[in-house]
Design a protein. Structure first.
Length: 202
């Protein structure tokens, strides 16, 4: 009941909260269902951190614009960039939430290998820029970025408007997206979901 009440307070609407055997938390922008993985029940800090993140999608992610950006720039890019934006907006509105975000990211990384770093056997610095952005935004790991990447990351981390975010998506594709992000851990983890299998008319 705590997760339902917290989610409704933060989202300011009566969203549905479910616990399933899924890999990651998500918020469905159309059905307004927040799904939490069952493993999140193992610790309150993880549950709170995930609810904070997903309810920020509920209040801040514009469905049509997000879907369009995913189609134009790629779902992984739209997802990672929007995750950074909604977390920034959360910290601005609720300064105390940063503590929970850090704890949740640490648990996901160290206990559940959420970013596949242990499984892959790679250093975090071997991942492409998009994957490093994703890991940087959700963990406390020390990550190397070039000067150009750091300048871009600074602008991304302070973006408030979704329209401005799409400008950065376009810039990212033109400047940094030399290799498609197929094998990294960014594949739409921990972000808002839309109709992945296409629209239905049932």
């Amino acid at each position: 009941m705590l997760d339902k009440n917290l989610a409704n307070i933060l989202s300011q609407e009566n969203i549905t909260v479910v616990h399933n055997n899924v890999e990651t938390a998500s918020f469905h922008l159309e059905t307004r269902v927040l799904t939490l993985p069952k493993y999140a029940e193992s610790t309150k800090d993880l549950t709170v951190g995930l609810i904070l993140h997903e309810t920020s999608h509920a209040t801040n992610t514009p469905k049509e614009e997000y879907v369009t950006a995913g189609e134009k720039y790629g779902r992984s890019i739209a997802n990672v960039f929007e995750d950074v934006r909604v977390d920034f907006l959360n910290r601005k509105k609720y300064p105390g939430c940063k503590r929970f975000q850090i704890k949740a990211g640490k648990i996901l990384d160290e206990r559940f290998d959420f970013f596949d770093l242990k499984r892959s056997g790679k250093s975090v610095n071997e991942y492409n820029f998009l994957d490093r952005i994703n890991i940087w935004s959700k963990t406390t790991r020390e990550i190397d970025f070039s000067e150009d990447e750091r300048e871009f990351l600074k602008r991304l981390a302070g973006t408030e408007r979704f329209d401005d975010l799409t400008i950065l998506m376009e810039e990212y594709k033109n400047r940094f997206n030399k290799v498609k992000n197929k094998d990294g851990p960014t594949d739409d983890k921990d972000g808002p979901t839309d109709d992945k299998d296409g629209p239905t008319d049932d």
